[in-house]
Design a protein around this ligand. Structure first.
Ligand code: GDP
Length: 529
């Protein structure tokens, strides 16, 4: 079903790759679905494996303790499994919205997404937000309407909501046979076949909507209504169109119950058949195609390793082109330095293993001692930088202080390291006052304080600043930018790359300054360079 790829010796391994994430609102069933997908891939023997870890993450205090045992979250950051001749790389995104920055970065490394919707609730706030992030990159989306075994909303209403609130065409591939207590399975329009709730692995052929075998699965009083409804769905909805799907304009919709392991097979089969293989990636100088022979990749996530004493970190890199082989040397474009990829790793549900080779679409963990940071591009020598691992202007700014002045230097270094991991953003005010940290969600502040104490022995405090927001300042005219920054020293700070940010006490005051300085751009997003 896949569009033919350009011929290249690497075409085959690449065309088998499916790199994706699951987007959903908390509680819609992402964890349950992940578990079931992994079971299909044989990646875990025991259902409940993912859940045990996730449940622990749900409360604040448990999250902190689990985060301290870093090994666990490393293992669940990406899960690789094989199914139907494809290699699936499922990239995990944090459940808590305070870590949404992490999620946005992760979505920059996928080629497709599964959108899980609770059939009783429809499109919820977080689903919509994550969808918008996918839309920015035209990521194709397969929809799974979950929990059909419970009270559910009318399927037409749900499809309509997808179309209206997301402005995305919805093409039902299957249609539910009843719902709630009487949910019996799904009918697939294109193949005229039925899957039954407790026999998911068997596809029963029927002659059409009027088939008696179908009627026998429904409560008698629902049969007539169901036939009409399904006929209307078949005729009235958009047919599945691979091109429109790949371009991000249309989503195929499946109905099921992750808990009952129903509908998951259709979903994963659709991912194998329709989801795109690794796509070309936009870099500053040119687009890099997955089939190019030279290895390139970018780091979208960094996680401190299990042993805090050694400051070991794992950088998660998406391979964008070529072939990564263990032991090869790669250039870190930001620093120009060479890095030997001696122990690249693959992750499975429970273990990891050394990756001897990896291809475009794969995600490898690269252990390093702080040489790599989020947004880094690695190549075999070419100077190019991948775009699309953005940084968002923080919504909370705090000055961070330490009681013991002797430790100020150590704090500075610790903050730099943690900012490189993406735990917080770090701003150094130009007026020489103490460092300011910025976060998108308040929970990030707790994580920072806990890690500073546990890993660096630094007891810190936060203080309010008079600033509530900040924007990256830029201008085509370097002189104008300099004079603006010089005139506002007390409200200017440098981020970790030395790029200037302008801090304001309110949106009103920011607007005021922006109007008076039309030559200066104030941006709330910054691409990592
Ligand atoms: P997450 O927050 O999106 O990861 O959601 P979970 O997978 O943890 O599911 C949230 C709750 O919904 C749990 O209690 C699940 O057992 C339940 N759940 C998930 N899928 C289904 C389903 O298909 N049917 C029913 N009845 N419950 C489900």
């Amino acid at each position: 079903m896949n569009a033919p790829l350009p011929k290249s010796p690497l075409t085959d391994p690449i065309s088998r790759r499916r790199t994706f994430a699951i987007i959903s609102h908390p509680d819609a069933g992402k964890t349950t679905l992940t578990e079931k997908l992994l079971l299909f891939g044989g990646a875990i023997q025991l259902a409940g494996e993912v859940r045990a870890k996730r449940n622990a993450q749900q409360t604040r205090s448990d999250w902190m303790s689990i985060e301290r045992e870093r090994g666990i979250s490393v293992v669940t950051s990406v899960m690789t499994f094989e199914y139907a001749g494809c290699v699936f790389n499922l990239l995990d995104t944090p459940g808590h919205e305070d870590f949404s920055e992490d999620t946005y970065r992760t979505l920059s490394a996928v080629d497709a997404a599964v959108m899980v919707i609770d059939a009783a609730k429809g499109i919820e706030a977080r689903t919509r937000k994550l969808f918008e992030v996918c839309r920015l990159r035209d990521i194709p989306i397969v929809t799974f309407i979950n929990k059909l075994d419970r009270e559910a909303r009318d399927p037409f209403e749900l499809l309509d909501e997808i179309e209206k609130t997301l402005a995305l065409d919805a093409a039902p591939v299957t249609w539910p046979l009843s719902r709630g207590k009487t949910f019996a399975g799904t009918y697939r329009f294109a193949t005229k076949s039925v899957r039954r709730l407790d026999k998911d692995d068997e596809e029963l052929k029927v002659s059409g909507l009027d088939d008696e075998k179908l009627a026998a699965l429904l409560p008698p009083f629902e049969v007539e209504g169901w036939r009409e409804e399904a006929a209307l769905a078949e005729e009235g909805s958009k047919p599945f169109d691979l091109k429109a799907f790949r371009e991000g304009h249309l989503t195929p919709v499946f109905f099921g119950s992750a808990l009952r392991n129903f509908g998951v097979r259709d979903l994963i089969d659709a991912m194998a058949a329709y989801a795109p293989p690794p796509r070309g990636q936009e870099a500053d100088k040119r687009q890099v195609e997955a089939s190019e022979p030279k290895m390139t990749g970018f780091v979208f996530k960094i996680q401190a390793n299990m042993d805090p004493n050694h400051r070991d970190r794992i950088a998660f890199m998406r391979v964008c082109s070529g072939k990564l082989t263990r032991g090869m040397k790669a250039k870190v474009v930001r620093t120009g330095k060479s890095l030997s990829l001696n122990a690249p790793q693959f992750f499975f549900a429970r273990d990891r293993s050394i990756a001897d080779e990896a291809y475009a679409g794969d995600v490898v963990g690269l252990p390093n001692h702080g040489v790599l940071r989020i947004g880094d591009t690695l190549t075999e020598g070419e100077d190019l930088v991948f775009r699309g691992v953005p940084s968002f202007a923080p919504e909370i700014l705090r000055r961070i202080t330490i009681g013991d002045a002797m430790k100020a230097k150590k704090l500075k270094e610790a903050l730099r390291q943690l900012a490189e991991e993406g735990v917080v953003q770090l701003f150094t005010p130009r007026d020489g006052s103490g460092a300011i940290v910025g976060v998108v969600g308040a929970l990030q502040l707790d994580v920072l304080a806990t890690r500073l104490a546990a890993e660096y022995g630094l007891e810190t405090k936060y203080e309010q600043t008079r600033f509530t927001l900040c924007r990256w300042a830029s201008s085509e005219d370097k002189n104008k930018l300099k004079s603006f920054l010089d005139a506002n020293t007390t409200a200017v700070a440098d981020d970790i790359d030395g790029d200037p940010v302008f801090m304001a006490s309110s949106a009103f005051s920011l607007n005021y300054d922006a109007e008076r300085n039309p030559a200066i751009g104030f941006s709330d997003v910054k691409d990592y360079q």
